[in-house]
Design a protein around this ligand. Structure first.
Ligand code: P6P
Length: 331
């Protein structure tokens, strides 16, 4: 059996992330290991952030940091801590040329001349939930840079449509901590085992059910929803669907990935273009959704077809079970 075929042998549940990444690397022609190392660097930073989140209440690092991010949102201490941890891990790892982060107004140039990857990340999404012990998450997208390695980073390197993603994933700091990611050949989930310090393969080839009975939307904004969104929500209620809205995107997305469901953050009076950011929230979850058989649009077009025009661009976000998203688009 050839090497490629060999690497396609489904690894038994229980394999660790490192082994899985190495096996996957064999499926990448000309893979020289940089992407593998990048994924490891992200996984490592996730372990450190996981520990800080779990200790936050005792270490006195919950609560507000006392500043606002570029979005004018109040930063939490752990937002800043997570941003530092991921940025430091990617800088030291040497595989990333530049980072786009929710916590940084401008491009973070890591001055790694030989590196060919760009990372867009939300280091800690949903962090206002930390103090009330609700699950939160890290979201990341990985792109190849377009300009030549070693040359100055250009806007074309960072303003890429989601369809250019090489990989995407999230780390969910919940009742257990999980890393879920795709490199374009399906979605796999790894549960963190703290006593071993390992992520263990626990959810192989994750598939998002084509239908579901859960809808996730903040109905507090009901009065400013479009007629289409109102029609869809009413149809969900008529069918007796369950409303589940954690207020933490990664947690809502992950539940819908496993059980089927739809998450909608539409245009509202307070957020005319939606609240979620295209580059470091929507594109990554859109890639995962599509790789798992789901769908992700802005209510009209595929999220991953949208050509970004600015770093912190917001878009309406409809993501989840394919038939539910299609239904919502037609409502
Ligand atoms: P709202 C958290 O701030 C976040 O970015 C997502 O994690 C979450 O789904 C959404 O915003 C919640 O926003 O306006 O419903 O409180």
């Amino acid at each position: 059996m050839g090497k490629a075929e060999n690497s396609r042998i489904a690894l038994p549940i229980g394999s660790n992330l490192d082994r899985f990444i190495m096996r996957n690397q064999e499926d990448f022609p000309y893979a020289s290991g940089e992407l593998s190392q990048l994924l490891r660097d992200l996984a490592y930073a996730g372990k450190v952030v996981n520990r800080e989140i779990n200790m936050a209440g005792l270490a006195g690092i919950t609560g507000a940091y006392g500043a606002e991010n570029v979005q004018g949102e109040e930063q939490q201490n752990l937002d800043v801590a997570a941003d530092i941890r991921f940025t430091r891990a990617l800088k030291k790892g040497g595989e990333v040329a530049a980072i786009i982060s929710e916590e940084a107004e401008e491009i973070i140039d890591l001055s790694n001349p030989r590196s060919k990857y760009i990372v867009a990340m939300d280091p800690l999404d949903g962090s206002s939930n930390i103090d009330v012990n609700v699950s939160i998450g890290t979201i990341f997208s990985i792109y190849r840079r377009i300009s030549p390695q070693g040359s100055p980073i250009q806007m074309e390197d960072v303003l890429q449509p989601g369809k250019n993603q090489v990989a995407a994933g999230y780390i969910l700091y919940g009742s257990s901590t999980m890393m879920v990611y795709t490199t374009g050949s399906g979605v796999n989930g790894f549960t963190y085992e703290p006593s071993l310090g390992e992520y263990i393969l626990s959810h192989q080839n994750m598939q998002m059910p084509k239908d579901g009975k859960i809808y996730s939307i903040n109905e507090g904004s009901y009065k400013s929803f479009s007629e289409s969104v109102v029609n869809y929500i009413e149809s969900c209620k008529d069918k007796g669907y369950s409303a589940r809205y954690i207020g933490s995107l990664v947690a809502d997305f992950h539940r819908n990935l496993l059980k089927g469901g739809i998450y909608i953050y539409p245009s509202t009076a307070k957020a005319p273009n939606g609240k979620l950011r295209l580059l470091y929230e929507c594109n990554a979850l859109a890639m995962i959704a599509e790789q798992a058989g789901g769908r992700a649009t802005d209510g009209k077009q595929r999220i991953m077809e949208i050509e970004p025009s600015e770093l912190h661009q917001r878009v309406p976000f409809y993501v989840g079970s394919e038939n539910m998203v299609l239904e919502a688009e037609k409502a």
